[in-house]
Write a protein that binds this ligand. Structure first.
Ligand code: ADP
Length: 235
């Protein structure tokens, strides 16, 4: 039986270790839980294990030891179809945006809805709403190369949330952005969290962490070295 730290847990890492090539220890006995509706930032220097942790949640990497639970289900024991279902419940945003270059902002978002089997009527009603949430204005008919970095990231966020995921993972979403765009992207993430979506953010950005005043998990050498409510960046 799993001994959950908290009732009402969305994510639970139970002593998760990950070794690559038998010698690189990317995660070392990592345990933490995230409640539904939380906003958690994961910080740490390059190589600390943040990306590996995100990959564990997406079932892109398997733990060498330990287990990862999503709503009390061991996600590395799921069959392929259930992994697909799990991934549909998770929206993800990357540092490099990963938009389809030959589709407009509108089409990038609509495409994610089509892929999830949503109807044309749903697409016509939901896409304008989400674009309003990310405040993209008249740029919706632009292709990615006609958008600034901040605008591209807004489209990527809109695409990540269009199918109403329970969890949004933002993996260094502001890594390519200037301070003003960074601030605006963080405000959008906060808005999404306020609307009820759980957010896991990885970042190097001290300013982001210090203004958020939300929970901060600090990693070093594959270990969690701090876990602070309303934390600050102390590395
Ligand atoms: P972070 O995202 O915090 O920069 P990572 O999770 O990418 O950290 O990496 C943690 C450690 O695992 C680093 O030492 C890195 O070199 C190593 N690592 C990551 N991915 C692989 C891989 N596919 N094969 C071998 N080593 C890896």
């Amino acid at each position: 039986m799993v001994n959950f730290e908290k009732e009402n847990t969305m994510i639970y890492f139970d002593k998760v270790s990950k070794k690559y090539n038998d010698h690189t220890i990317a995660l070392d006995q990592v345990s933490f839980s995230v409640a539904p509706g939380e906003f958690v930032s994961i910080v740490g220097h390059s190589g600390a294990g943040k990306t590996t942790l995100v990959k564990m949640l997406l079932v892109e990497e398997r733990p060498t030891e330990g287990a990862v639970f999503f709503e009390s289900v061991d996600i590395h024991g799921l069959n392929k179809r259930s992994v697909t279902d799990l991934r549909r419940r998770i929206g993800i945003v990357f540092q490099d945006f990963r938009l389809l270059p030959n589709k407009t902002a509108y089409e990038n978002i609509a495409f994610a809805m089509e892929a999830a089997g949503r109807t044309d009527a749903e697409i016509a009603s939901d896409v304008p709403q989400v674009l309003e949430l990310v405040d993209l204005g008249e740029k919706v008919w632009n292709f990615p190369h006609q958008l600034s970095g901040g605008e591209r990231q807004r489209v990527a966020i809109a695409r990540a949330i269009i199918n109403q995921p329970d969890l949004l993972i933002a993996d260094e979403p502001t890594g390519n952005l200037d301070p003003i765009n960074t601030f605006e992207i963080i405000q959008i993430l906060q808005k999404i969290n306020d609307m009820g979506t759980t957010v896991v953010l990885t970042t190097h950005n001290k300013g982001v962490i210090d203004t958020l005043e939300k929970r901060v998990i600090t990693m070093e050498g594959g270990k969690i070295i701090r876990d602070d409510e309303k934390g600050r960046y102390v590395l």
